[in-house]
Design a binder for this molecule. Sequence first.
Ligand code: CS2
Length: 488
Amino acid sequence: MKLNTNTLSILPKNIIVPTYDRSTIKTGIVHVGIGGFHRAHQAYYMDQLLEHHGLTNWGICGVALLPFDDKIYQTLKTQDGLYTLTIKELDGSVSTRVIGSIIEYLFAPENPAAVIEKMAHPDTKIITLTITEGGYNYDDTTGEFNRAHPLIQQDLLQPDHPQTIFGYLTQSFKRRKERGLKGCTIQSCDNIQGNGHITKKMVLSYIQLAEPELLDWVSHHITFPNSMVDRITPVTTKEDIQFLKEQTGIEDLWPVVCEPFHQWVIEDEFSAGRPPWEKVGAQFVADVAPYERMKLSLLNAGHSVVGILGALVGYDTIDEAVKDPSIRSFLISFLDEEVSPTLGALEGIDLSAYKKSLIERFGNPHIKDQVARICSQSSAKLPKFLLPTPSYQLQHNGPISHAAFLIAAWAIYNLGLDEKGNQLVIEDVKKEALQQKAIMAKNDPVLFLQMPAILGDVSGSERFVDSYLKAYQQIRKFGIIKSLVTMK
Ligand code: CS2
């Protein structure tokens, strides 16, 4: 049975479906980046609110921004914005629901004017973003906006046909100002420390180049709250599509599978109002920074550790890799000895319980989170997730050997083969440069560290370099698992 509005009422009884009248819901949120994560997280929270709290102003308009986002746009169009979310518990039990909160969808490359208008529409109160860690277009060392990016240059030349989020937002702000409309909130839902601050800085940097006379209006009418988002959502596989069909009879072109855990911690700075997300479990706090630090440097960096080491050993999924005793104990000592001391006060949070639950979540064998997904775009992820830890530890004369080991493993990973000799699937915008450095490093390992835009200041530390060199030689000589044992 194909999934769409007409088939909703005849789906099997054990499938939870929206009972609210979707045709009466207005769009209050424009979301850019309708990938798996958004559909497992924010769209899920919104669906809960629409279902249980009778709101009618907060439907989502999903925007597919990039040409290769065509597939998700076509899927949503075919299915009237509906899709299934299957939650797989640790004990193997499974529940499936249809999410109805995405009411509209637009494909930016096909109709940029419609996207600008939607963003500028008076009913649009919030524009939320999941544009990936690399999507904010800043240099990881300087923290400054990369104005030389070719798409940024094109947006400056062709403001009415933008290709980047910066071009779109600027045009929509301009229209709001010209029409005497109120402002709105831009809310990043990506994994970046201070994601609201970064978004603000990058958007203002672009506006400074494109429409400097708009800066004053933006600073008075637009807010950029920080938030921490969390729910492990693997890439959808053919098996997921097949499983859904076999179990429920539903043919969903792009279902989403995720873990049961979800968390959303948000700063309450919404210039044009917001949905009462706290009614469905979101936390509003004055300062999200400690929560972000905790999540990024334990969960996301922990993921990279398990992913990169696991890839080299030849594991395909995160649960297999984290169940390897050597990888697991390396992860635990990294989190306990190197990361935890950097986190500062975390009021009301039981850190050991949080770390324990992380290991359990990584080990969920039913969601089959892919090592390849975790390792993808590591050149954008490591500077945000992992490197702040050794950076802090170097300043405080603390331990850095696990972080250095991981960077050595990453240098070897970029050679493109696992230890069984199988080709690694490396997805990274900087793939070629990384591979070149990795090859050069075979003769002189320190050369891999000479990538300041990715590795920042750690490569300037003699202590870090020594530890990296030691790990590099060991891994090349004995392989990952034996080298991990020597770390104990
Ligand atoms: C992962 C995240 O992409 C990654 O490297 O660590 O996607 C992670 O699964 C989410 O942030 C969980 O909230």
